[in-house]
Design a protein around this ligand. Structure first.
Ligand code: SF4
Length: 176
């Protein structure tokens, strides 16, 4: 059974920068929980960030807003540059995913670590732009398929395809 890395705040743990959770309620989540597929993890906590902590956003570089591929930076609302710690968070998450053989991840949309399709603009204005958080980017670069909490039906379809392909057909003669 394929394991799935799950953002801790989606699992209901109050680990976000402001001490809240972002619990996701869905029949898919309930089923995968019952099947014990989840490896629950918070990249930022693993890298030693406290709760609460200042909000952080990715500052686009001239090449784009990806931190690893394009040299964008992560800063907190205080102005502190926390890029290296966000990269550490991403590597710790990758290590955890690989230890548990997670081929898939469900990460929190919009986060500078976990965002899959969307991040905040970097202006701390509440505006969102298309982009990817640092952890989502690193996992994707290492072959882990990342889905947001809004893409659960797509992950469900991927799991069905993968697991159907891994069933070894039973020959009649095997039972003889
Ligand atoms: S780093 Fe990811 S798991 Fe941790 S609080 Fe932020 S969005 Fe949630």
């Amino acid at each position: 059974m394929k394991k799935i890395l799950l953002s801790a705040c989606l699992a209901g743990l109050p680990v976000r920068y402001n001490g809240t959770a972002k619990t996701v309620v869905s029949q898919h989540i309930t089923r995968w929980q019952y099947e014990k597929r989840f490896v629950v993890f918070c990249p930022e906590l693993a890298a030693g960030f406290p709760i609460p902590r200042p909000s952080a956003e990715i500052q686009p570089a001239w090449r784009g807003n990806r931190v690893i591929a394009q040299g964008a930076r992560v800063t907190e609302s205080t102005g502190d540059d926390v890029t290296e710690r966000y990269i550490l968070a991403a590597w710790l998450t990758l290590e955890m995913a690989q230890q548990h053989h997670c081929q898939f991840a469900i990460l929190t949309e919009g986060s500078p670590s976990c965002g899959r399709n969307v991040i905040y603009s970097g202006a701390f204005s509440g505006d969102r732009v298309s982009g990817m958080g640092v952890t989502a980017e690193l996992l994707t670069r290492h072959g882990i398929e990342v889905f947001s909490e809004y893409d659960l039906p797509a992950l469900c379809a991927r799991l069905e395809t993968e697991e159907a392909a891994s069933i070894i057909p039973l020959r009649l003669s095997d039972n003889a």
